[in-house]
Design a protein around this ligand. Sequence first.
Ligand SMILES: [Zn+2]
Ligand SMILES: [Zn+2]
Length: 845
Amino acid sequence: MAEANSSAETRERYHPQRIEGKWSARWQEQPELFRAEPFNSPRPKYYVLEMLPYPSGALHMGHVRNYSIGDALARYMWMKGYNVLHPMGWDAFGLPAENAAIKNNTPPKQWTLGNIAHMKAQMKRLGFAYDWSKEVTTCLPEYYRWNQWFFLKMYEHGLAYRKKSRVNWCPECATVLANEQVVDGCCWRHTETRVEQRELAQWFLRITNYAQELLDDLDRLPGWPEKVRTMQRNWIGRSVGTLVDFKLAGPAGPAGDKISVFTTRVDTIFGATSVQLAPEHPMVADLVANDDGLRAKVDELMAEQRRAKESGDVGEIEKHGVFTDRYAINPYNSEKVPIWVANYVLMDYGTGAIMSVPAHDERDYEFAKKYGLDTRVVIMPRYEGEPPAPGQDEPLLLPFTATNSLLINSGPYNELAYDQAVARMNEDAERGGFGKAAVTYRLKDWGISRQRYWGTPIPMLYCDRCGIVPVPEKDLPVVLPENVDITLTGGSPLAKVEEWVNVKCPACGGAARRETDTMDTFVDSSWYFYRYTDPSVTSGPLDPKAIAYWFEIDQYIGGVEHAILHLIYSRFWTKMMRDLGVVANSEPVERLFTQGMIIKDGAKMSKSLGNLVIPDDMVARYGADATRMYTLFATSPDRELDWQDAGLEGISRFLSRVYRFFMTEQDSPSSEQPADRRVLRKLHQTIRRVSEDFSGRWHFNTSIAALMELMNLVQEEHSAGDGLGKSDTLSAGALKAVRRNFVLLLHPFAPYLAHELWERIGETSNLLREAWPDYDPALAKEHEVEIVVQINGKTRDRLFVPAESSEEEVRQLALAAPKVQATLDGKKIVRAIVVPGKLVNIVLR
Ligand SMILES: [Zn+2]
Ligand SMILES: [Zn+2]
């Protein structure tokens, strides 16, 4: 007896390894299951994309969360009848491969491809439904040749150029860093290493040509999180103002006879009491040419600025300056103003020169007080309605910077309001030939040169006779040589590969040398998602017909840390490709979702803190389904997830309960039972909730909670098998409906178990293509009412609450609604009025 019992139990116990092993093997035999149909499919298309990983060696939990969100969505969209493209690939160039090469004496290619194989196996074990026929690996020549092709096209169109520039240099990486890769004055990878400034000839992409369009089109991306759009707006940093030329009084040098300043407040220019130059401004060299004492002082200012830049607090620099003994002429009033050099003026912002108006600018005021410069008031507050009686107005507190102002002490512009004055003064500058209205951007051109080995070779040659010569298109790809000695010092390792570097000039046949810098890896990730649509095309980078069908990407999912770099470069790349005639769309991504980070014990997971949770360990212990489902259940996907092992155990127990329920013999009457209605109502409410969570809100935590509630109720109501003769039970028909629909709803979250149960209940169709269930609104709504939630009379949300809820319960549910929480934002709730069965009006102040 005991033995028989235990074998019956074994049969009924949930064995994720056994179930997942079985289905994993089947899916590997049928990779076509997850393949997108061709672009002439009659189905509507849906392109769901997760950010491609860097093949570091192993997936981390953040990856699992990101891909579990995307995979749930992909499976749901398949069931909704869409032709789904759900690809995956590898951002495979980059520094860690070179570091690993040095550390382990393994060539970067071998290390990278080995990691890819391992991580791909991990993804398969996790059950992610990727179309591997679309795989893209950016370190292979069939991909990076098109980086080179785009580079040549950009060079041809003046969008790629070379110039000498001061660059951020990480001594640890021994390479140039983009401004965005400098964090608090340190390297983004080496957070303890101070970044230095060096002068190098670099290749740049002219992203600034697209600054205005990149800004404007943010308004056409309502499917992007507002915080991401705000970050991009700030990064582009548009400011509107005036360029004004101050003529140099006295002799001019090689740098010319005038200083251009950019100001957003030309209305205050009669209050300018000096002009200030950045230490690196070209004019400074002229001004100090015959004065060693002055040059020493300027050098000191330059050093101070560099140190401040390196420590990342140039905004906080203690302001110093030096008078050059020279003057410039204010073109509006012909006044001579002294020229200073100041350590807080930056060459790479605006024109590298400012006019200083101490009375009406915080920074200028502080500087003028320190050095005893004149302060002249030229604007005053503009009063709405009655001005104060003479002698009654308060003394003006300096600096006064408001734009609700009138001009005074400003010659012909006196008494003009701010905007009138700016318009008139811009016109006069243009007419007088000494300036014009202008717009500047904080966004700089994209420096893509890296002194690294493991990247795309830049396809350019240097010939003694011809100068810079592009590699002819027919000679692409310029293949990265293998067996290269990599060290972290002394510039690019490619420079040492003589047989690769030395080539014949295609123009004159003479001796030429290859460019030895490689491209920033952000180039690779700027367009990889286009290549997915047909990674085998060789006639060009892309198949335009496939692009026309699949683009824009319907849903892109990834970390918010990519809000600026990757997502601005990708938008730029799309616009550039459009202008080259390669694609027709202007934006790559229609909807963007940024998932939250995973933390444990109050900190971001990291090896050094010892709080890493290894996906392989969790899969071995609880199975892939439970691991994936936990990352979706712990909190809503946009929020930070605080990892709790107990939470994963809870999910594992739930799946086990589901499994046992399906495996238990169910004796059910064929006639309708009283419990049927209660259970079917709950079923339809659950279908509605899960479907709604998939339509943009993605609170999969509430979807999964709803599935748990449904299972609780079914087990409560259906006790037929307990042998106690309890009268509550479900009819065979209701039981069948519940089981079938439960599996359909479970599938996006726990695909292995769902497939197993589908087969066990006798279904033979492909679950992935089975139709998503519809709910019957009448049945679902029977015992729930819809409540409108208003804030200060404006509708903010709608909730379904149980019809029998008390007023207080309804009030609490309304206050807890996420949209309401988002609107509260520290404001005070004055009262919340409940109109039973209809609405809750929350009054905020
Ligand atoms: Zn570094
Ligand atoms: Zn030549």
